[in-house]
Write a protein of this length. Sequence first.
Length: 387
Amino acid sequence: MKPDILIKNGLVADLDSDSYIHQDIGIVGNRIADVETLECADAETVIDAAGCIVLPGLIDFHAHVFYGGTAISVNPDILCLPNGVTSVVDAGSSGWVNYRLFRNSVINQAQTRIKSYLNVVNVGLSTLGGGPTGYLENTNPANFNVEKIRQTLAENADNILGLKLRYSQDIATGRNYSGDPFLATVELARQLKTTLCVHVTDSRLTADELIGHFMADDIYAHCFHGTGNAILQESGELFPSIKEAKERGVIFDCSNGVAHFDFHVARKAMEQGFNPDIISTDLTLRNSLRTEKVFSLLFVMSKYLNMGMSFFDVVKAVTRTPARLMKMQDQTGTLTPGAFADIAIVKLRKEKIEFEDTRGVRLEGDCYIDNCATISNGQIVYRRQRF
């Protein structure tokens, strides 16, 4: 059998051995094939990846892609595929009221593979980002429609990963709520036997108080924010409960955003061996291709590379770990034969680059990860003529 696409002469980043392997990659249809079984000389399309690193298609685990349904969301095919991102997890842009619209108009139509968290707020984030008339979502637990949420989860079990809540002072303080939104969401997630993803910047409860309610595979989003209650004690040490939570499988996602990353918090945590489990963007119209705070997933990955994470740990945080949480570890985030042919061909460029955090603190780096080609579900969706 001849391959439809052959990627030759590239270095494959092997995540099991943390080493580079000279290996050709063959694609037949929309799947990665074992090159040993292929007639590679007859390949229909050949991509010469000499000097490049071949990675599984990248996964941006925290973005907002309900394009046309919320003012903040981006078109995933336009903004993700050219940057090597073949899969996205939408972080609660929709609630049960508009989830069907999100699924039919975006998820089912996109080339980019999309999974999602369901916002506990009925209409999700549809009220955000609309200029002077936009307003923050109402997270009053009295408004949670448990039966509709249950029904939406059941009908979309193949796509929805869990429940999403934004939990911060600006959303909940001063409102006459029936109870604490975080505690109510935790109770609901346990009742519905699902996981949760919680936006924790400037949270009403401290990180030490919050974290005891998280279980394995729950997502602590924006873990390196520096607004209000952060994961560090006043001494700069991590709360012991935060370390313990990581050990028992709670997932810490950097979910960068323009307002959710602080170099001081990140450096202090990483000095103590606390790297993010997931590297993601919190991509919105406000930050996509615009700022030195976010720009793209490759840009955020490059920041952590310049902060001292190994290239292999960075890649794991955008492939293997998110793929497992998507329950697709054998299908994407891997270059194993039989998996979907989702591939990013990148180069590590040795050039100066600058990164900026929420407070305007800057870091000058000396390298960045640059995408040269993207293959999504067996289709070449982005490719430079010359690498």
